[in-house]
Design a protein around this ligand. Structure first.
Ligand SMILES: Cc1cc2nc3c(=O)[nH]c(=O)nc-3n(C[C@H](O)[C@H](O)[C@H](O)COP(=O)(O)OP(=O)(O)OC[C@H]3O[C@@H](n4cnc5c(N)ncnc54)[C@H](O)[C@@H]3O)c2cc1C
Length: 412
């Protein structure tokens, strides 16, 4: 069977890509090992996603944003980053950039559900679910996939959206830098008796990281990072013991805690593909760049990359070129690297520093936080990515606020 494009993986990246490709008038074969029931009613996986303004706009253009209940959208009004017990905090205040929030938090399962609903309405998408894609073969003329039951499908271009451990990427011989942080993240929602005022907190403790992602009604997604051994101990606790063990770690920030959801755990591995394309293949989402969740950018980079890839494919299509056209794939590669590489590197370096507990590392961490607060670009690059305010404008308004405005000379 022939489709213009074959998409492997119906996570947020595969779903968003398929809908946008279908809007171009292309036929799409979309494959996932999960059943259609599981994809249409995704279970809560514990992830709460900080959605940046740029991603919100893409979700809105897709018609997905308006499908999310207001009550399920929690604004982040500001953020604070602290190092261990140090009194100094790095403040992220969106008003300094002329924005009223840093972004919105939405549950990953809700994002998956609305993106599924959007894709399910597209006539050009044909679904193959509950079955494993076993192999992808590419030659000069076509990309061909084989399913576990032996069926084959032909196309001009294949899209790998099959997680950070992408088998398709590996089979295509694309190398990826992988960094196992040797840590596990536990996420779960908790209600606190002390209001969080929608301020996110990230605290780098010497015995593991800790973050509060503020949700509506004084509930927060409490994110804790441990060694795998410690994580297993914390995961085994009952709700009450987990809340008691977490309260002192938060140093009273949320008051008395009551868990309001199940906990989930994720081993932390960062992945960066050395190239985001090969002959008749493009990598998107986590298959291209699997970020450490600490800078909240895996989903955001994924969806923004997809918008870029679609733009280049649209141009190639308008010129009557083949969708596997290498010029379009190379242009996507350049854009996606430019978008992701600085923050990926910054995150890797920062986490390297925070997973090393030597005295020099502690000193560098404190100095880095102070430097990040005072040096203009470091913090603003991250804020610009979240608020979608151009970094130049942000720096300009900061400089304008810091420097005295020269008096206007008569006649000018
Ligand atoms: C705790 C946590 C918090 C996070 N917080 C944030 C945040 O605040 N902001 C942010 O931007 N990002 C965040 N992320 C990252 C975000 O969740 C991911 O970047 C995003 O979900 C990746 O989407 P994806 O579609 O690329 O991959 P996935 O969601 O992994 O989907 C891949 C799909 O491919 C299918 N598949 C794989 N292989 C095959 C095969 N061979 N055959 C058929 N189907 C296959 C799978 O079944 C799956 O449905 C967080 C991640 C974690 C773990």
């Amino acid at each position: 069977m022939y489709f213009d494009i074959l998409v492997i993986g119906a996570g947020p990246a595969g779903l968003a890509f398929s809908s946008l490709a279908s809007d171009m008038g292309l036929t799409v074969g979309l494959f996932d090992r999960q059943t259609k029931t599981a994809l249409s009613k995704p279970e809560n996986d514990g992830r709460d996603i900080a959605v940046s303004e740029a991603s919100r706009k893409i979700l809105a253009d897709l018609g997905a944003w308006t499908m999310i209940d207001e009550a399920d959208i929690s604004p982040i009004r500001a953020a604070k980053v602290v190092d261990g017990d140090a009194p100094f905090a790095l403040d992220f205040n969106p008003s300094s950039a002329g924005a009223d929030k840093l972004g919105n938090i939405i549950s990953n399962h809700i994002i998956r559900r609305v993106l599924y609903t959007v894709a399910a309405k597209k006539d050009n998408i044909t679904w193959f679910t509950g079955i494993e894609v076993e192999a992808l073969r590419r030659d000069t003329n076509a990309a061909i996939i084989t399913l576990a039951d032996g069926q084959t499908f032909t196309s001009q271009l294949a899209i790998a959206a099959d997680t950070r451990f992408s088998q398709i990427r590996r089979d295509a011989g694309i190398k990826a830098d992988m960094h196992d942080f040797g840590q596990t993240m536990i996420v779960g929602r908790m209600h606190g008796t002390t209001p969080h005022n929608h301020i996110a907190h990230e605290c780098f403790r010497y015995d593991g990281g800790l973050a509060i992602l503020p949700l509506n009604n004084d509930i927060a997604s409490v994110v804790q990072t441990f060694s795998a051994e410690e994580a297993a101990r914390f995961m085994a606790m009952n709700d009450q013991d987990y809340a008691h063990a977490t309260e002192p770690r938060l140093k009273g920030l949320m008051g008395k805690l009551t868990p309001t959801s199940k906990r989930a755990s994720y081993p932390l591995v960062g992945v960066y593909a050395q190239q985001f394309y090969a002959k008749r293949l493009a990598l998107v989402g986590d298959a291209a760049v699997g970020m450490h969740p600490v800078t909240a950018h895996g989903f955001n980079f994924g969806i923004q990359g997809i918008a870029n890839l679609i733009r280049h494919l649209r141009k190639a299509n308008a010129r009557g070129l083949d969708l596997g056209n290498v010029g379009a794939l190379k242009a996507y590669n350049t854009d996606h690297r430019r978008l992701t590489w600085p923050l990926y590197q910054m995150t890797e370096k920062m986490m390297g520093l925070y997973t090393t507990n030597t005295i020099p590392a502690r000193l560098v961490r404190k100095a880095a936080l102070v430097a990040a607060q005072t040096a203009i670009p470091v913090k603003d690059v991250l804020m610009a990515k979240l608020t979608d305010v151009p970094v130049k404008k942000m720096i300009a308004s900061k400089v304008a606020g810091k420097l005295p405005i020269p008096p206007k000379l008569p006649g000018l």
